[in-house]
Design a protein around this ligand. Structure first.
Ligand SMILES: C[S@@+](CC[C@H](N)C(=O)[O-])C[C@H]1O[C@@H](n2cnc3c(N)ncnc32)[C@H](O)[C@@H]1O
Ligand code: SF4
Ligand code: SF4
Length: 300
């Protein structure tokens, strides 16, 4: 991260903590819900299968920028399926940088060739070793790892959603992150139990064990882009929700925190690490602030 970007984000954080502000800083544009996979744990793919047009996406990016958002994520569906005529995801990332966003990231399933050197981070979903990942995401592991090896930049961060199928494969993803030259780190989430995937949720005891393993991996020097000080809050679901500093826009509709805010009762069972980490950070939790500074500066 450039020093100027760090300075501006730090200033935002200080103002938010001191004046208990609720202004957003992180925004996500959903480019499409169309997807080439239908993963077992996912409830948001291929509901409309519409790919939103370039002018609409550009308008949504401008709207987020005017609201004060400076960290932009593209998400889906599958983001690498997005195109409009000659325009591709890469054009959107370049446009976002020109607009003034300080950090521009995308989330992908990694099944298509990865040529996005302008992105700050590519969060690439890897849900375990070959067996666990393929059990969740179909037979895609080998293709993804080949795409990671051939990527045009080293801006990839693995993204693992831990659930009943892959809870034993945390070490494997940490090792894959350490051993892949284009991968900087791995970031974890717990399964968030939408009504149609409740059976994949982890118990409190299982989350405790997962956090113990992640903590051990961090201790052994594996590259993990999460904050251990948030683990107790994630295990017990005692972090504040929703995250007011995060917004999502999909087809012109703006939501605070996530699209999932409309699912009754889901926030009380939220498994997204970023929600715990950001809400605690912006409340000025001292350990979280310290870990955020050391961890984010290392990997972003
Ligand atoms: C919805 S996908 C969209 C981007 C891309 N298709 C992908 O798979 O990375 C974004 C991320 O959400 C995760 N995810 C989907 N459903 C989830 C759930 N119920 N709980 C936690 N993470 C979930 C996926 O594993 C993926 O890492
Ligand atoms: S690849 Fe992403 S959007 Fe597609 S089904 Fe899997 S998690 Fe959902
Ligand atoms: S806190 Fe609620 S809205 Fe935010 S990500 Fe979690 S479930 Fe979704």
């Amino acid at each position: 991260m450039k020093f100027s970007a760090f300075f501006r984000l730090a200033l935002f954080g200080i103002k938010t903590v001191l004046f208990r502000k609720k202004d957003p800083i992180l925004g996500t544009v959903i480019l499409t819900d169309k997807c080439n996979l239908s993963c077992k744990h996912c409830s948001v793919n291929n509901i409309t299968s519409v790919i939103h047009p370039y002018t609409q996406v550009l308008g949504e990016m401008e709207r987020l920028y005017e609201m004060g958002v400076r960290i932009l994520f593209f998400c889906g569906g599958e983001t690498f399926l997005w195109r409009d005529g000659e325009k591709t995801l890469r054009d959107l990332v370049i446009e976002a940088k020109k607009m003034g966003f300080l950090i521009v990231n995308t989330v992908t399933n990694g099944t298509m060739p990865i040529d996005l050197p302008e992105a700050d981070l590519i969060l690439l979903s890897l849900d375990g070793d070959r067996a666990a990942h393929n059990a969740i995401r179909g037979d895609t592991y080998d293709t993804i790892m080949e795409n990671v090896r051939n990527a045009s930049a080293d801006n990839i961060c693995f993204y693992m959603a831990i659930n009943q199928i892959n809870k034993g494969a945390i070490q494997s993803v940490c090792a894959a992150a350490r051993n892949s030259k284009n991968v900087r780190a791995v970031s974890f989430n717990f399964h968030t139990p939408y009504p149609d995937t409740r059976e994949l949720a982890l118990s409190r005891e299982e989350k405790t064990e997962c956090c113990r393993v992640i903590g051990r991996m961090i201790g052994e020097g594996y590259p993990v882009l999460n904050l251990p000080a948030a683990f107790p809050y994630l295990i017990n679901n005692t972090f504040p929700t929703p995250c007011f500093q995060c917004v999502v826009i999909e087809n012109g509709r703006l939501s605070t925190c996530g699209r999932c805010i409309d699912v009754p009762g889901l926030c009380a069972e939220c498994g997204y690490f970023f929600v715990a980490e950001y809400t605690l950070l912006f409340r000025g939790n001292f350990r979280i602030v310290f870990e955020a500074l050391t961890t984010y500066l290392k990997y972003v």
